[in-house]
Design a binder for this molecule. Sequence first.
Ligand code: NCD
Length: 304
Amino acid sequence: MKLSFKHLINATQLTVSHVDRLIEKADKYYEKRNARNCKDLDGHILATLFFEASTRTRFSFESAMYRLGGHVVSLEQGLSSSAKKGESLSDMGRIMSHYADIVVIRHPDSGSVDAFSKYATIPIINAGDGANQHPTQSLVDLYTIYKEKGTLSNLKIGFLGDLKYGRTVRSLVTLLKQYSSTFSFISHESLVISDALRQELQESGSSFVETRDLKGTLPDLDILYVTRVQEERFESKAVYETVKNEYILKREDVHDMPDLTILHPLPKINEIDEAVDFLPQAKYFKQAEYGLYMRMALLNTMLQ
Ligand code: NCD
C-alpha cells in the first residue's frame, strides 16, 4: 500500500481508505505481537526530534522502529541541538534527510512541522505541533475505537476537557466526521472548540452540541474521550488554576454504563479519578498499547 502523501502533517490528509488500510496493517502487527523476528524495515533509520515533553508518542515510535528491525537516532531535548544556536527548522529538515530515512518531530509551535518538512527529502511525521495537530494520535484513537467497538461508523462521541488547546481533539474530530459521528463537546466555557473547528463541522453537516453538562450527556454516549487541561498552553497560570479541576470523572458517573468506552490520549493528571482506571469501560491504557502497532503500520507504510 502506498499513501498519496509524503509527509504526514495534518489529519485532513487522511482519507477513509488510508485509515482502513492502516488499521488492517496495525492489526496484523497486533496479532503477531509476540514475534521478535520482524525485518520489515531492516536497516532503516528513524530520527525522533522532540522539542516538547513526550512519553507514549516517542517511545511507541522508537519501539515500533526497533520491532520492525530498524534503528533509531534520537533527540530528546530539542534544545540540545543547533536549534539553540538559532538554526531554522527548514535547514534542520534538509540536513536530517541525509542522516535518517524518516523523521518524527514534536515542537511547541503551530506550523513548525510544516516548516521542518519544507526541503526535507525523506518522510516527516508530525508528532504534535503546538495546539494545532497530532494526526498519529488520531490514528491510534481510531484503531482503538475499531478494536473496542468493532466499527468506526455512526458513533456518539463526547469530548471532555480542554477542547481549546488540545491538539488530539482537533485532529480526531477531523477524522471522525468522515464516519457520520455525532459529537458532544463538554467543557468549561473558556475551553470550548475553536471557531475554525466549529465551522469545519458546520460545513460538513456534522451533528454536534456544545455543553457544560457532563452528567446529562454521558447516558447518550458510546465513547467519552477525556483530555488533560493543557497547562503549558495557557497565557496565564491564574486562569489555568481556575479551570483545571472543573471536571473530574468519577467511578459513580460511569460504573452503570457498561457500553460506554472511555478513552484518553494520556497523560492524565486529575481529570479521571483513579477508581475509574479499574472499570472495564476504561480503555486508555489499552489505547496506549495499540499505539505501538498503529505506529509500526505507519512507519512501514510511509517507507514503502
Ligand atoms: C497528547 C499530546 O501530546 O498532545 N499526548 C499524547 O501524545 N499521547 C495529549 C496531552 O499532552 O495532553
